[in-house]
Structure formats: structure tokens, C-alpha cells
Design a protein around this ligand. Structure first.
Ligand code: NDP
Ligand code: X2W
Length: 318
């Protein structure tokens, strides 16, 4: 391994987000895969599953206690919710302190961890090596609401529709293409963890109603916002432009964006800005790829910052 490169381990690398991260790492000039874990793919070559990876690495299945001994500078936890703590505890017990990026919801409410939604929290990073990566819907919700936070008259109401890759690879109704065919499946209509996450990090109550749809990847969040005083559409657009005009991974668009155009892309699109006739209600639509800006791309932004390289290194512009 070249000295100039940092080594990275991905725990839970068989999953959808793990595979996207392997692709991003494969194209990264300063990162090299140290290990990728999967119980199911243990012993199989990585390049047999992720064509973009060129190398001889095979998946392995280390016990949690053995992870610290593998020595990666950066560890990404891409495990189901509830499974991160055992890994984190193993690093603590071994006295090892790599950069840990957790993709699950497990540390998103923990003040000891940096919550890495760079477009909104970049300035809050104090060099923490423990980074919780935001949820996919929670990213779209927060980016849709943040520019209007100070002019709201009521809690924003968000209608979300995700592709079924959002439900991971463990079989369930929410990733069963047979049940999803010609269907839209509502779930967790109150109290979804991303409702709590967006409310917590924005500091205002947010209401969220998720659905899962037959497409594989990409999500839409349509948010209804009541405003404390009348606005013109140009005023709303100006607030979004002011907030995101210089952001490489947020595009403020005129019309309401379509999810079919965001699949495989690394950025967020936010637009629509449909006004009520009295100017006191606006509907904002955001789309992003749940596996990319909703997970792996955002993790890569956070890793890049943690290792001191440009935040967008190895993240394609389109
Ligand atoms: N999918 C998405 O759109 C998004 C997902 N996330 C979060 O990222 C994390 C990973 O998501 P995703 O890639 O979709 O999940 P998947 O279900 O696709 O993958 C989960 C991974 O964890 C491993 N795994 C499953 N069960 C266990 C277990 N009990 N113990 C140890 N390893 C296990 C699996 O490999 P193996 O079984 O072979 O060991 C697999 O590599 C989750 O916390 C998810 O909530 C965040 C944002 C978006
Ligand atoms: C369609 C679908 O099921 N989506 C997932 C969100 C995926 C995600 O961002 O996950 P975490 O917050 O768990 O990391 C869900 O609603 O739980």
C-alpha cells in the first residue's frame, strides 16, 4: 500500500450502500481499501461483485473484536440499525481511534458525534473522528426546509416517496418487487426516525409521511410550508439561491424535479416553489439518490474532510 494513501475498511460491504462506497473508494486518489466485510460473501473476490474495483481483495468476515486489529485509518459502518455500537465498543476497548463514519441511525442523536450533512453542518465540525451520516430522507427534508426556517408559521409537512433500495437487502415487504408492482406503500406515517432526526437537527418540529415505490433508487420529498408572511416566488428562490448557490452538490432548479433524473447522480435537486395565491404557502420538492447523496456520497464528503482533502475528491460532478 502506498504510504500516501489512507486505508479504509467497510463493515457491511455486501449491502447497497457498501457497494456504492466501494465504487467511490476505487476511484479515490488518496484511499485504498483495507478490508470489506460480509458474512454472506466471505472469501469471494470484490471485483466479482463490484466491477469498478480493480484489485485482489476478497470479502472477509471478521468478528467485531477483531476489527481494531485490522488497522484501517478510516472505518465505515454500513450495517443495519442497532448494529453499530458493538463495533464502536470494540475500537474503544482496544484503545484504537480511527475515523469512524456510521451510516445507520444509531449515533445521529449523540452529541459526542459530528452529524455530517456538510451543506448545513460544515461549520460545526471540530475535528471529531466519530461521524454520523444523515438518513436519506432526512437529508432531503432538511435541505428543503433550512432556507425557510425563520419564516415558518407552522411545522412543515413532508410527503416522501423512496425507491425500494432504501429498505436495504434484508427481505421485507418494502423491498419486495412483487408487492410493490403498480403500488405505493405507506409506512411509519408518524414517528419515523427521519422525522425525529430532521426535527432534532433543524430545531423545529417536522412532520413526515414516507412511502416506498416500485422504482429501485432515488427519492422525492414534497414539503408543504406555511409562511408567517406573504412571499413572492422570487423571494423564496432567492433564499434558496443564497443558501445553496455555491454548493456543488445542491442544485436549485425552477420546476419540481423528477426522481427518474436523479438516479445514479451524486447531487440533490430542489425546486418547484409552487406558491399559494396569498403568498403564505409554498411547496418545495427535493430529489436525491438515496444510495449516493443519501448515503455513500455524503459519507465520502465526510471522509474527505476528515482526511484533509478537498470535500469533493472522487465525487463525480454529474
Ligand atoms: N439503503 C439506503 O438507501 C440507505 C441506507 N442507510 C443506512 O445504511 C446502512 C446500510 O444500509 P444498506 O446498505 O441499505 O443495508 P443492506 O441491508 O443492503 O446491507 C446491510 C449490510 O450489513 C450486513 N449485515 C446484515 N445484517 C447483519 C448483522 N445482523 N450483523 C452484521 N452484519 C449484518 C450485510 O452483509 P452480510 O449479511 O453479508 O454480513 C450487509 O453488508 C443501514 O443502517 C441503513 O439504514 C442510510 C441511508 C440510505
Ligand atoms: C424505503 C425505506 O425503507 N427507507 C428507509 C430509509 C433508509 C435510510 O436512510 O436509513 P437509516 O435512517 O435507517 O439509515 C426507511 O424508511 O427506514
Amino acid at each position: 500500500m502506498a504510504d500516501s494513501k489512507k486505508s479504509i475498511g467497510i463493515v457491511g460491504a455486501r449491502g447497497h450502500t457498501g457497494a456504492e462506497l466501494i465504487r467511490l473508494v476505487a476511484a479515490h486518489p488518496s484511499l485504498e481499501l483495507a478490508y470489506v466485510s460480509s458474512r454472506e460473501l466471505d472469501g469471494q473476490r470484490v471485483d466479482a461483485h463490484v466491477a469498478e474495483y480493480r484489485g485482489d481483495l476478497c470479502y472477509s468476515s471478521p468478528a467485531h473484536e477483531d476489527l481494531p486489529g485490522l488497522g484501517a485509518h478510516i472505518v465505515v459502518l454500513a450495517l443495519p440499525n442497532g448494529k453499530a455500537a458493538a463495533c464502536v465498543e470494540a475500537f474503544d476497548a482496544a484503545g484504537k481511534d480511527p475515523v469512524i463514519v456510521d451510516l445507520s441511525a444509531d449515533y445521529r442523536f449523540d452529541k459526542q458525534w459530528y452529524y455530517g450533512l456538510p451543506e448545513l453542518t460544515r461549520g460545526k465540525w471540530r475535528g471529531e473522528k466519530r461521524i454520523s451520516n444523515p438518513g436519506c430522507y432526512a437529508t432531503a427534508i432538511q435541505l428543503s426546509i433550512a432556507p425557510l426556517k425563520d419564516v415558518l408559521a407552522a411545522p412543515p409537512v413532508c410527503f416522501g416517496v423512496s425507491g425500494y433500495s432504501g429498505a436495504g437487502t434484508t427481505p421485507s415487504d418494502k423491498n419486495n418487487p412483487e408487492l410493490l408492482r403498480d403500488n405505493l406503500m405507506p409506512y411509519a406515517l408518524t414517528g419515523h426516525v427521519h422525522e425525529k432526526e430532521a426535527s432534532w437537527h433543524l430545531g423545529i418540529p417536522v412532520e413526515f409521511m414516507p412511502h416506498v415505490a416500485p422504482h429501485f433508487r432515488g427519492l422525492t420529498v414534497t414539503t408543504n410550508l406555511y409562511l408567517s408572511r406573504a412571499h413572492k416566488r422570487e423571494d423564496i428562490q432567492a433564499l434558496f439561491q443564497h443558501r445553496y448557490g455555491s454548493e456543488k452538490l445542491v442544485r436549485v432548479v425552477d420546476e419540481a424535479p423528477w426522481v427518474s433524473r436523479i438516479a445514479g447522480k451524486h447531487h440533490v435537486e430542489v425546486g418547484g416553489f409552487a406558491m399559494s395565491s396569498d403568498g403564505k404557502r409554498v411547496v418545495v420538492v427535493a430529489t436525491l439518490d438515496n444510495l449516493l447523496k443519501g448515503a455513500a456520497t455524503q459519507a465520502m464528503q465526510n471522509i474527505n474532510r476528515a482526511i484533509g482533502v478537498d470535500e469533493y475528491t472522487a465525487i463525480p460532478a454529474h
